[in-house]
Design a protein around this ligand. Sequence first.
Ligand SMILES: NC(=O)c1ccc[n+]([C@@H]2O[C@H](COP(=O)([O-])OP(=O)(O)OC[C@H]3O[C@@H](n4cnc5c(N)ncnc54)[C@H](O)[C@@H]3O)[C@@H](O)[C@H]2O)c1
Ligand SMILES: O=C(O)C[C@H](O)C(=O)O
Length: 332
Amino acid sequence: MAEPLRVVVTGAAGQIAYSLLFSVAKGDVFGKDQPLELLLLDITPMMEVLNGVVMELMDCAIPLVKNLVATDDPNVAFKDVDAAFMVGAMPRKEGMERKDLLKANVKIFKAQGQAMEKLAKKSVKVVVVGNPANTNACILSKYAPSIPKENFSCMTRLDQNRAQAQIAAKLNVSTEKVSNIIIWGNHSSTQFPDVAHAKAEVQGKVVTVPEAVQDDNFLKNEFIKTVQQRGAAVIKARKLSSAMSAAKAACDHMRDWFIGTKGGNWVSMGVISDGSYGIKEGLMYSFPVTIENKKITIVQGLSINEFAREKMDATAKELEQELSDALAECVD
Ligand SMILES: NC(=O)c1ccc[n+]([C@@H]2O[C@H](COP(=O)([O-])OP(=O)(O)OC[C@H]3O[C@@H](n4cnc5c(N)ncnc54)[C@H](O)[C@@H]3O)[C@@H](O)[C@H]2O)c1
Ligand SMILES: O=C(O)C[C@H](O)C(=O)O
């Protein structure tokens, strides 16, 4: 059997982690034959709750879990980790935008970046879930400069999954019949869910999503708005932010990173821009990517029309502002 992978989950006593830990532990992400050491980090006042989570994980009696460590010490949690789910951060409440969390959350990612710099494996693969996810991921990477920038990402997979589910519902097909929807930009209400290059299988025939849906007005308006506002809609209904679907998306994201994408399909991830599609270098921007041997490659050469260009630039502009606000918060 392989050596155990060391996987840290921050915010481990919170609601996303409660679903995420179960899926990770039973092999949904790293494979059914991959043993795991799970490192669970939360803050000191949450240690009793976290101990309850540990008890439950033990009681699941999952053979892949070789070691469980619950801690409030980043020096313990990030030591030699291979994969990191960075969930620990305050969630927004009804009426807030995700960027309103910047002041509260960005310093968490500065401190955890500094801890990762000292302790994590240089090959660690990191997904940031805590909001504002793109900017937090940028800050995390900035404070862990010896870890390659391409090892940091943020989660826009929930937006991709939401978009896929909306199109599947519109076409009355199962979700796996819809692929290659792109989420461009920020995990915020300026994100651009783009179906221009997406495919759908309808009655045995694969066509583009615009051809299948035959309703440009819906695709340019209601669809985009629904995806952009889905997080807020869940908060309004549940009085809590999405958790089950967020955990599922985090698993999808990390599984694709470790196992790879398949069959010419791409997925969306926030990654550090290399200037592709005219997006300023250094921004943590969501692009369509493919993954092979754990290497992420931004899909190149997609045609971008005027409608898309405007939306891609607007979300980039918001990210530039967020990053500059975050850097100001990080000055001691
Ligand atoms: N990117 C996405 O698609 C997406 C989706 C859903 C939620 N989120 C975000 O994920 C974050 C977590 O959401 P949740 O619903 O699990 O919140 P939650 O409040 O239930 O849990 C967050 C946990 O993080 C812990 N925490 C706070 N500071 C910490 C620190 N410095 N180190 C370690 N742990 C710390 C808290 O004590 C708490 O247990 C929020 O910021 C939320 O907005 C992002
Ligand atoms: O919307 C939120 O604040 C939570 C999360 O980012 C989501 O998209 O559901």
